[in-house]
Design a protein around this ligand. Structure first.
Ligand code: URA
Length: 250
């Protein structure tokens, strides 16, 4: 690790109030802990109908390119009026883990890539630093990152229900195409779109749910963690990511 990276790595954990930064050998885990399956079915997927659907043969998967082409120069909702460009998604199309945010901000709208602004830089740090500390070789480029809505809401407001309804089928198709081992819902909008719940993140976080059979972990949105008084939430998000990473990569 170069000095600048090391400095940022240390600052990140100091910010979490963590001072012990020696590298432990990975603790031996019981098979039960290693292969732990997330508790089944919470939120809307708990219906018997969804269990039946899980057993139906999967339709042939689309590619992300096909989905992007179908999205086209989208005008399906009013968000197209203020956008510079559509922000479709970024990362490994075969990722084992997908992060879902809310919608692009100004930097993402300008660059066409999700999570590249301040919240995005924090997300990248959270992914890479947490993984490194857990002994998991994981870079941002190994996961896939996308949003519930693909166009920037004006003034970064929360997307409206009809905007989410117009755009979420594309998110669902992205998830079905990638078929990751787990999904991380960043914040309430992603949790609502994936789980159909209006429950707040404080209640939902740290536990497993399912979207079409795929385990979903809910955690805080990085923008929320950027607010100075949310020290405790940062530690909780760190715990959530550790749980998620060990499930996906152990
Ligand atoms: N916030 C989000 O929810 N998504 C982004 O891409 C950037 C910030």
């Amino acid at each position: 690790m170069n000095t600048e990276l090391l400095r940022r790595y240390l600052a990140y954990f100091q910010d979490l109030g963590i001072r012990e930064l020696y590298r432990r050998a990975p603790a031996p885990q019981s098979p039960a802990a290693t292969n732990e399956t997330p508790p089944l079915l919470e939120a809307q997927d708990a219906s018997p109908a969804s269990l039946l659907l899980e057993e139906e043969p999967e339709p042939p998967a689309e590619t992300l390119e096909q989905i992007r082409a179908d999205l086209g120069e989208c005008t399906r909702c009013r968000l197209h009026q203020g956008r510079t460009q559509i922000v479709f998604g970024d990362g490994n199309p075969k990722a084992k883990l997908v992060f879902v945010g809310e919608g692009p901000g100004a930097d993402e709208d300008a660059q066409g890539i999700p999570f590249v602004g301040r919240a995005g830089q924090l997300l990248t740090q959270m992914i890479e630093n947490t993984a490194r500390r857990e002994g998991i070789p994981l870079l941002r480029s190994d996961v896939y990152i996308c949003n519930v809505v693909k166009c920037r809401p004006p003034g970064n407001r929360t997307p409206e229900a009809d905007e989410i309804e117009a755009c979420s089928p594309f998110l669902f198709r992205q998830l079905a195409a990638i078929r990751p081992k787990a999904i991380c819902a960043l914040g309430a909008t992603a949790a609502r779109a994936l789980l159909g719940t209006r429950e707040g993140v404080t209640k939902l976080r740290g536990r497993w749910y399912r979207w079409r059979g795929i385990p979903v972990m809910v955690t805080y949105h990085p923008s929320y963690l950027l607010r100075p008084y949310n020290q405790n939430a940062k530690r909780e998000a760190w715990e959530d990511l550790k749980k998620l990473f060990h499930y996906v990569y152990d």
